[in-house]
Design a protein around this ligand. Structure first.
Ligand SMILES: [Zn+2]
Ligand SMILES: [Zn+2]
Length: 110
């Protein structure tokens, strides 16, 4: 029995079979996940059982993409959090942000 293509799900006949990444592919279906460039056994790069060309193989480029302003902010926030954990507030010191202190002060004036 012939195996099914990992890309299109159709039967792969021995003449057009590419056996890579623990799967079978049509020669025409074995292309880069990103740019669809045709690949072969010699020039493909496997990542999570998917073929990529040399340019789109997700190596360190992922960390660069992940460093968005939002992620940087979250990172700074967690660093701040660990600083607070290292230096706990002294007893009697209220962990109140200035804005809330002001609101309380305003409330007491009335
Ligand atoms: Zn196919
Ligand atoms: Zn590519």
């Amino acid at each position: 029995m012939n195996p099914q293509c990992a890309r299109c799900g159709k039967v792969v006949y021995p003449t057009e079979k590419v056996n890579c990444l623990d799967k079978y592919w049509h020669k025409g279906c074995f292309h880069c996940e990103v740019c669809k460039m045709a690949l072969n056994m010699n020039n493909y790069k496997g990542y999570e059982k998917k073929p990529y060309c040399n340019a789109h193989y997700p190596k360190q480029s992922f960390t660069t993409v992940a460093d968005t302003p939002e992620n940087l902010r979250l990172k700074q926030q967690s660093e701040l959090q660990s600083l607070i954990n290292i230096n706990p507030l002294k007893p009697g010191q209220l962990p109140t942000p200035p804005r809330i202190t002001f609101l309380l002060f305003d409330f007491m004036q009335h």
